[in-house]
Design a protein around this ligand. Structure first.
Ligand code: MG
Length: 340
């Protein structure tokens, strides 16, 4: 006999505290869908479908329609029948059905993970970096490919000089560069404290996969894939190609994060866990996956907060470290109720 679940759906639309500027444009309102699932045993779980414009073709409206089409009482086989392209919805349902877990092992070193501070694009990074360094951050992420290319490149040395001596800088181009510009930047990054360059060229640009492989081979600065690894089967394909760089993983965008992370771990891939600018419900799920990661830990890409004008929806505060208990303190039920 198949198990049945009671499913509730709540769509949300939340203004960011300030517009988020990336190479994909300006993003002012975070839209997504919360899922609440109650089992026959009365156990309740919450999940968040949080699509990111420029990463996924899913929309909050499409997710809401598919989720409501499941009905209020759903047999588990119906969950499994959701199409692969609905990765964010499959993610939300999977997380809502996951039963509570205990703390990750007993290694105290694993109970607190470092966080990368997110710097604003352009010159504002020079203003924001010193106070963040003062607060204890040692890894910084700077969005590039947003303003005038020559101005941005000229700022790189000023920004490096504004960071503490042991600091590392991540650059995220969000796919904004062409080959020539990517090569110029990667050349410039060599011998500078750049940890990696994220998505130098767009996933859908011509010959993108060969180009990314070539850039990774030709330059000493590691390259991280982000937009390139959010579709169904992307991670497996890049692992199959023997990608030598890093994988930026936004667990919220993965239909089956447990399976994808197991494949990455088996390949001993270098993984950076990152926020999809989701609410506390999605952040809690994503961070639990990060704390369970068995490979090498890099600073988490969870340094953008506080995100929302309505702070009831925020995940953990953007601090230089996130502890397991900070993750466990997030109350999905309160966030669900706030969305009513
Ligand atoms: Mg990125």
């Amino acid at each position: 006999m198949s198990l049945e679940f009671k499913v509730q759906v709540r769509r949300y639309s939340l203004a960011f505290r300030g517009p988020v500027r990336t190479a994909h444009g300006v993003w002012e309102t975070r839209e997504g869908v919360f899922i609440r699932i109650e089992g026959v045993d009365g156990a309740v779980g919450y999940g968040e479908a949080a699509p990111v414009p420029g990463f996924s073709d899913e929309t909050a409206g499409g997710i809401e329609t598919e989720a409501r089409a499941l009905g209020e009482t759903v047999a588990d086989a119906a969950f499994d029948a959701l199409p692969g392209r609905m990765a964010c919805l499959r993610h939300a349902i999977g997380e809502a059905r996951r039963r509570p877990e205990s703390a990750p092992g007993t290694d105290p070193g694993r109970l607190s993970l470092g966080v990368a501070a997110l710097l604003p694009a352009g010159k504002a990074a020079l203003r924001d970096a010193p106070p963040k360094a003062e607060a204890g951050f040692r890894v910084f992420k700077w969005k590039v490919g947003v303003g005038d290319p020559a101005d941005e490149m000229a700022l790189l040395d000023d920004l490096c000089a504004a960071l503490p001596s042991a600091a590392r800088l991540r650059l995220d181009a969000n796919g904004a560069w062409d080959r020539r510009r990517a090569e110029r930047w990667l050349e410039r990054c060599a011998e500078r404290p750049v940890e990696f360059v994220e998505q130098p060229v767009a996933r859908d640009s011509r010959g993108a996969e060969d180009l990314l492989q070539g850039l990774a081979r030709d330059f000493p600065v590691p390259i991280a894939l982000d937009e390139s690894v959010v579709g169904d089967g992307d991670i497996e394909r890049w692992l199959g190609m023997g990608w030598p760089g890093l994988f930026v993983i936004k667990p919220s965008l993965l239909g089956d994060p447990v399976a994808s992370l197991a494949a990455l771990a088996a390949a001993k891939a270098q993984v950076v866990f990152s926020s999809a600018l989701e609410t506390g419900i999605g952040a809690k799920s994503s961070l639990r996956h990060a704390f369970r990661w068995t490979g090498e830990h890099r600073a988490l890409g969870f340094g953008a907060g506080p995100l929302f004008a309505d702070a009831r929806f925020d995940g953990p505060a953007a601090a230089p470290f996130i502890r397991w208990q900070d993750v466990e303190r997030i109350n999905p039920e309160a966030i669900w109720n706030a969305a009513s």
